[in-house]
Write a protein that binds this ligand. Sequence first.
Ligand code: C2E
Ligand code: CA
Ligand code: CA
Length: 716
Amino acid sequence: MPRQTLSESAIPSHVLHAGGRRHCSEPGVPSDGTSAVVARRDPFHALAALNLITLPVWIFDIDRRRVHWANGAGLRVWSAGSVDELRARDMGADMSESVARRLAQYQSDFEANGAVFHEQWTLYPAGQPVSLKVRFSGYRLDDGRMAMLCEGSGPSAETPESLRSVEALLHTAVMITLYDASGAPLYRNPAAREAVRHPGETLQQRIGDAAKYTRLVARVRRDGSTTLTLPVETVRGRRWHELSARACRDAVTGDAALLVSEADVDQLKASEAQASFLALHDPLTGLPNRSHVQQHFARAVGRLKASGRQAALLVIDLDHFKDVNDTLGHAVGDELLVEVARRLRTAVRHEDLVARFGGDEFLILLTARNIHAEVVRVDERIRRAVSAPVLVRGHNIRVTATLGVGLFPDHGGDFETLLRSADLALYAAKAGGRDALAFYAEGMSHALRARTELEGNLRLAIERRAFELHYQPLVCVRTNRIVGAEALVRWRHPVRGLVPPEEFIPLCESTGLICALGRQVIAMAARQVAAWSAAGHDLFVSVNMSSREFAADDVVQSLADTIADAGCDPRRLQIEITESMLLAGDDRPLQTLRAMTDLGLSVALDDFGSGYSNLATLRRFPLQTLKIDRSFIHGLSDNSALAQLIVDLCRLMNLRVVAEGVETAEQLRWVAAQGIAQYQGYLFARPMPAGAFTARLESAADRVPTQASGGCPVLK
Ligand code: C2E
Ligand code: CA
Ligand code: CA
């Protein structure tokens, strides 16, 4: 099939812009040589005159992609017998996308500013290429649409090389423009023409920024050529172009000119920007990340010196965030972090930097004249912002935060040192009970070193089973006989001797080592119970359990295994928990307590009255014993009425009450007067090694026969 498509190729002749001139001249007769738009009513009649000229002329209907009319010479060029035959040909069928776009561009150029183009075109009327120079101008059809008047000027005498180079210039996506020395355009290739907002646009107008333009011109003048990546005004808005400019001469006039080629690198710039954003931001919250803060810090510090302001680095850690992740899942945890990030942003001024350091750790960099006061103010705002409940996927979550603060330059003159100071302060604030703020202080690093060392030693001690239990008697108030023992752990330290639990239990709890230690404690206690039972001693042993152990998934299974291994009667074992462990919010504590009771264990509520206490909420839990905290016993004169109430309620709830920390005979008299069944305290005995305890049991057994315990509730 013969190709009939317009395959244009153009001479790099100047595209002359008519500069907005638009002529609506007499029908059929262009008013002058540069007139582009010809308005007509009776085309064929008037156009008939054009049949007389020997140069090929035709009108191309851009919208319909058909030749609308041609003179005799035009018909010959197109190898057509008649206008009708030529009109029947569909030129669009085989037209490339770029040619179609180009034609649309011409059409709007004709409309906008009466443009005239001189180009080299190659037609394929009967499958054979026919090259000719064509002058294109606008021609308004009767129905008002803009068509294209094409005036051929005879077959071209171009060499194949120049034809091909012209073709390449026309088809390349690189925008090529020849500017005169003043920056006015002399020629644009089609890609460049498509990109400009209006054809006459100068290089200055395209670059917009006068300084950048001057720099470009200066560089070309100095080096002959230059390449810059800069934003350029285009029909698609401001876009990043890579622009190469080279000094040359206009081939027509011989005047100095500037040849500029441009490639659109906007996409590349965008991905580059995206990549650098990702490198400096936390993808979850969109907050700046550690590297960003590092970079920002250097700049901020530079400015501080000049302004006389001070700076503070705040490290913020959400308390018990791990619990949220563990119990509600990471998706909920993530949403919580996003919300906290948002709230932190609102808690500080616009110029303060809020960043996320991964996990649940955030960082704020503040500057102020009075930095101490500013930190206190921001701390309050953060606390208020963070502590308001967060609703995530139906869960109402409350979080608190712990803050460590390092001041610049007192606590660190460079970022790393300052951060370490703030971290140490955070550590100290956490050790002091969380939901607090601490400024860095001398000695914190020493404390941390000691703590790290202690942690290492504890791990080793757990591996080596370097712990032992001391037992403190639980005594029947009425008979003053030992009915049970509380097992209290001690660390047999190679250098320090026996270390009391206060010195290592908190660290075991915060590091999670408590679970391993707890298993050893239960095992030792269970074996001791079995031994005492075998020796005929009728008593129970009470063991303390921390919240981490109680919340562990395998707590019940682990208890069951240990008890079975030791061969002890679970009814002789009691687990001591504290009230806060029951207030987790869901019903896991209840399930765990039920499972423990099902095993045959009894459960005591330890330290009752030392903190927030609510007997009413305790009613739904299967508890057997309530231990009244020693602080309560020590301040007993003020608390008599309340103590009486507690004892009465416990009786109603069928709970056994134990008074802890009884040190004096007077306290014991008071305990007896309240009708409290059992007590524990230095008055009777301090905690002692198992051997000493056994000896005491045996000497007591000499004095009081076992059967005499009657009425004292030892076992349920
Ligand atoms: P706790 O459960 O309240 O244990 C009672 C503590 O009070 C014991 O201190 C005991 O020696 C002390 N005490 C007993 N009678 C008196 C008295 O009349 N006056 C005074 N002032 N104190 C008295 P200890 O053995 O140092 O234990 C301290 C805490 O360590 C325990 O408090 C318990 O919370 C924890 N703990 C001890 N052993 C373990 C254990 O095996 N596991 C866990 N998770 N915690 C343990
Ligand atoms: Ca206890
Ligand atoms: Ca206690």
